[in-house]
Design a protein around this ligand. Structure first.
Ligand code: PLP
Length: 367
């Protein structure tokens, strides 16, 4: 055998890249996108106070960041009415999902999610050898009853639910989520991904004791706070689980500039309120564009609108390709029947109008 010798698990993993970034597509096309509306980033940008804090921290970047993330954790705990022992900060929700899976999932362990839900979670589960069981969506919503049934049938270690949901933009009210948590099998931990919660209607986030043993909630600075490039997310959970992350996390993974930027963003709730207002206006604008083109915008509780193109996945994929050829970056759900849709991030009037013009052309080109 010659080096490098992989573990049997690593050797068995497919060598696919789960996400093709817009940068790779730009390199392939040989020109930049005119509107970057595919990754659910916030085109409204970060708080000016966060930008200032990051600029100020830049000169101190020769020092590692605080591995205890003391100040950020204290501020998050105060914000959420819990203790710092209930908070884990990591390299975005994506990073935290990886750590959680490493803590909870070994080869063959059952995990439940929805068919077509956030793929990065699946990527981590597969990466640690877990076995995914998927419940279909019901009417463009993740299906709480089907997910629970599957968790009971399989004895799942983890049950993943994103509320609001990516890729459909739908949401369940807080009571539905609270009822789900109450009905979990005893050995199942619910992973409640609340990446978009800051943009959801009031009454979407359940009020739940952070010490609840079978729940971990994940939040991020990537969406409403407009800091996707910074890589800061956090989890709220019981102190026992939170502490376990110390066994596996990259203790210096969240850098000094990132900690300063996230802290200042959290402290600028006025900016968040402005982003919410812009989000409401942009949802209406984007929905109007879809309707004007004979397509159906789905209701959105997120920073994107999923647009039903009215036919099957082949048609939606052709529309998507035609948009990309016209330098508009959008993405779409991966599996039927969700793949009859394209998914378009919100933006300002300029980007949305560019999308609208390209959509009309793309639809007539595709026929
Ligand atoms: C449901 C969901 N969870 C997590 C993420 C990623 O969050 P982060 O940037 O904090 O890793 C996304 C990004 O699109 C998402 O849609």
């Amino acid at each position: 055998m010659t080096a490098p010798v992989f573990t049997p698990l690593a050797a068995s993993l497919p060598s696919t890249v789960p996400f093709t970034g817009p940068e790779a597509l730009e390199r392939q096309k040989g020109r930049p996108f005119t509107a970057r509306l595919g990754a659910n980033e916030s085109l409204f940008g970060p708080s000016p106070r966060a930008i200032q804090a990051m600029q100020d921290a830049a000169r101190d970047a020769w020092m590692y960041g605080d591995p205890d993330l003391h100040d950020l954790k204290a501020a998050l705990a105060a914000h959420h009415g819990c203790t710092p022992a209930n908070i884990v900060v990591g390299e975005g929700i994506d990073g935290l999902l990886g750590y959680l899976t490493r803590l909870m999932i070994g080869p063959g362990d059952p995990v439940v999610t929805s068919l077509g839900a956030y793929p990065t979670f699946n990527f981590h589960v597969t990466g640690f050898g877990g076995t995914l069981h998927r419940a279909p969506y019901k009417g463009d919503h993740e299906d709480p009853a089907a997910l629970l049934d599957l968790a009971h049938q399989t004895g799942a270690r983890l049950l993943y639910l994103s509320n609001p949901d990516n890729p459909m933009g739908s949401h369940h009210p807080a009571e539905t989520i609270a009822a789900m948590i109450a009905a979990l099998p005893p050995a199942t931990l619910m992973v409640l991904d609340e990446a978009y919660i800051d943009l959801a209607p009031p009454g979407t986030a359940p009020q739940i004791d952070p010490e609840t043993p079978n729940l971990i909630r994940m939040r991020t600075f990537s969406k409403a706070h407009g800091l996707a490039g910074l890589r800061v997310g956090y989890a709220i959970t019981n102190a026992r689980l939170a502490q376990a992350f110390d066994k596996v996390r990259n203790h210096f993974g969240v850098g000094r500039i990132a900690q300063a930027g996230a802290l200042a963003a959290l402290q600028d709730q006025d900016w968040l309120a402005q982003v919410r207002d812009k989000t409401t206006a942009a949802r209406a604008h984007l929905s109007r564009i879809a309707l004007d083109n004979g397509l159906t915008p789905l209701p959105s509780a997120t920073n994107f609108v999923t647009i039903d193109c009215g036919r099957d996945g082949t048609h939606a994929r052709a529309v998507l390709q035609a948009l990309i050829q016209r330098d508009i970056f959008v993405r779409m759900p991966g599996v039927a029947p969700l793949d009859r849709c394209i998914r378009v991030s919100l933006g300002g009037p300029r980007e949305l109008d560019l999308f609208g013009a390209a959509l009309a052309q793309a639809l007539s080109a595709v026929g």
